[in-house]
Write a protein that binds this ligand. Sequence first.
Ligand code: KG4
Ligand code: ZN
Length: 345
Amino acid sequence: MLILSIESSCDETAAAVVEDGRVVRSSVVHTQIAEHRKYGGVVPEIASRRHVEQICDVTARALSDANLALSNVDAIGVTAWPGLIGALLVGVNYAKGLALASGKPLVPVHHLRGHVAANYIAHPDLEPPFLALIVSGGHSHICDVSDYTRYEIIARTRDDAAGEAFDKAARVMGYPYPGGVSIDRAAQKGDPYAFKFPHPTVGDSLDFSFSGLKTAVINTIHNLRQKGELPEAAERVEEIEANQTLMNIAASFEETVCEILVDHTRAALRRTGRKTLTVAGGVSANTGLRAALEKMCAEEKTRLCMPPLSLCGDNAAMIGAQAYYEYRSGARAGADLNASATMSI
Ligand code: KG4
Ligand code: ZN
């Protein structure tokens, strides 16, 4: 079964053709990062406007790269939730138009389930049940995935998402957007034990809380700036990127985030008895996190599945992979499909 999929939930306009949920026939991603970098983060209205401009071309390229016409695909999959509402509406409305024009079924896909499905592409023998650590710009979840479309949330963040903490800490440090990649790069040259940051827990639950950690990093930076020991964020990026103290803060921050994610995931594995862990979302590209999860999973004798870096960020191939399983479980949308900024997984 061939699915043409569309993704426009944030700042990537993407389309792909995926066969039977596993084989990528084509995948086109148009990223807007360079434009949003000027503002230090995603500007929702600009994102929507760029999606409107790009979506026809991106989709046409996905079909032509796969040597297919719209009439050759069997269904249209689209990210319908969650995300920036104006951005989502562009993809949803376009996918509806394609479905109406072609008479093909329309399948709505949850963006985070899509991130998890990137693992079906990368690991052809992976099947539920498994535990999923989902760490993106807007969400941090540990889910028990008992079937392709059955998710139970074991832990969630009470405040900031992991990616959001990376982005906000990076912004205060003066690193360019997107902050996660900048901190990842800087952390590799820093001392992860130079600074001690808090490791917040939420009672007995496995829930996350990253806002206290973020505030601790921000306070550390402000104190060092007041003492003249750190450059101001507005100074030249080259100077910021060459500063060893900032590299040490980046490394210590990343180390703390990884410890929190790994500790909670280890506890969730033990609690549920699952022996396979998948990782998903933009933060799954983080070098330190990947290494820490490998170590933990070896200790726990658990199979670890992570997407390749090319499938960690937003793309439509992962949406096409999940759309296949949603289709098989009966999900269909009509001409009244609407996008939603929020939606439980
Ligand atoms: O999944 P994603 O591409 O978009 C959402 O669905 O939110 O995730 C984006 C998030 C951003 O917060 C970004 O800073 C973070 O993923 N990120 C990283 C890395 N690459 C992207 N965080 C840490 N290390 C990275 N290498
Ligand atoms: Zn995403």
